[in-house]
Design a binder for this molecule. Structure first.
Ligand code: HXC
Ligand code: NAP
Length: 307
């Protein structure tokens, strides 16, 4: 379901008219909400994911909620697996052919699950690193090559975690991969900044989504709880708060911000780290139950994949 209205956003109507944004993993969770904010503000938005039905349904849901006659832009869903460089090139060609260069990219697609590091198989490590670390790099590079060749300005925003600063026990492949993207952000902010391509990142604290909760808090119920006494501000993030920050970084209004990773976590990472340190108390039984709960979430999603 669509989540936002113009009233949730800090920006004037029509701010993003003429902007063209790709959001990887934009069919669900935070990616979908960022897509919605851009769409409400008039942008043309492309969202991708492996489950073709999910991205198409999301594009339709958002377009129905924010049609062009009410000032909305357009939203297009594309089935693409960003682990496959050839599939990325094909998707980016399709996007460019549909209306010209993108003006912004959000590296949002990710995979994650909690696991004791000693239990990870090579395929388990790769399942995460190939999406987050390699996939996000190749999408950025594929867009970057075209922007540089055409002399276009653009903004890239990568969705990281606060683990890039203090590590992520029990989520080591994710923490390592996100840390790699943090360094990509800093490196390309310099290498491509002089040619008009900015790189920034957002490090969210907990924003309840179905995808994250199934894999990080298995068996803990729905993704709807708001209060969390372990966070200095006492609650999880709200979708509109993240969407506003993403729009700010994508828009030329933030043209002098480059190479930054901004935490949006209620101050959580400053209070003893925001990771899964508490899982040190778990024994074999808890880990077996968590693994089986995560794997049934994976199976349910995999059955819907069309690529
Ligand atoms: C140990 C596990 C495991 C688990 C999977 N594996 N789950 N190992 N513990 N809980 C292992 C499998 O056994 C297998 O290795 C390998 O990983 C690949 O598993 P598949 O199910 O075949 O993988 P695949 O279909 O490619 O799915 C990728 C995925 C899945 C990453 C495992 O979770 C996924 O599609 N996720 C996308 C959505 C997602 O994760 N969203 C959450 C983002 S939240 P073997 O050797 O057995 O074959 C996020 C939040 C961070 O990042 C911050 C919060 C504060
Ligand atoms: P989510 O709903 O599970 O989003 C992940 C998205 O990535 C899904 O739409 C998934 O779609 C897509 N994806 C995964 N592998 C892909 C691939 N190979 N190719 C293309 N798309 C792929 O979870 P979320 O909570 O919204 O997470 C979004 C981002 O926020 C992630 O980067 C996550 O690390 C970050 N984050 C989230 C939180 C939080 O509390 N929610 C906190 C910190 C950071 P398919 O399965 O259809 O491919």
């Amino acid at each position: 379901m669509a989540e936002l209205t113009q009233d949730d956003l800090m920006f004037r109507k029509g701010l993003m008219k003429g902007q063209r944004i790709l959001i990887t993993g934009g069919g669900t969770g935070l990616g979908k909400v960022m897509a919605e904010a851009c769409l409400i503000l008039g942008a043309e938005v492309y969202i991708c994911g492996r489950r073709g039905g999910v991205v198409e349904a999301a594009a339709k849901d958002l377009t129905d909620a924010h049609p062009p006659e009410k000032g909305g832009g357009k939203c297009v869903g594309i089935a693409c697996d960003i682990r496959v460089p050839e599939a990325i090139a094909e998707m980016i060609d399709t996007v460019w052919a549909d209306g010209g260069a993108l003006t912004g990219l959000v590296n949002n697609a990710a995979g994650n699950f909690i696991s004791r590091t000693e239990d990870l198989s090579p395929r388990g490590f790769d399942a995460i690193a190939n999406i987050v670390f390699r996939g996000s790099f190749f999408v950025s590079q594929e867009c970057g090559k075209r922007w540089l060749k055409e002399g276009k300005h653009a903004s890239v925003v990568s969705i990281l975690t606060t683990w890039v600063w203090h590590g992520g026990p029990f989520t080591v492949p994710s923490a390592m991969s996100k840390a790699g993207l943090n360094v990509m952000t800093q490196s390309l902010a310099v290498e491509w900044g002089s040619r008009g391509i900015r790189f920034n990142a957002i490090a969210p604290g907990p924003f309840p989504t179905e995808g994250a909760w199934a894999r990080l808090n298995p068996g803990a119920g729905t993704a709807s709880e708001k209060k969390d006494p372990t966070i200095p501000l006492g609650r999880n993030g709200e979708m509109r708060e993240l969407a506003n920050l993403a729009v700010y970084l994508l828009d030329p209004g933030s043209a002098y911000v480059n190479g930054q990773t901004i935490a949006i976590d209620g101050g959580s990472h400053l209070q003893g780290g925001g990771g899964f340190n508490r899982l040190s108390e778990w024994g074999d039984a808890e880990w077996e139950a968590a693994r089986s709960s995560i794997q049934s979430a994976n199976e349910k999603d995999r059955a819907q994949r069309t690529v």
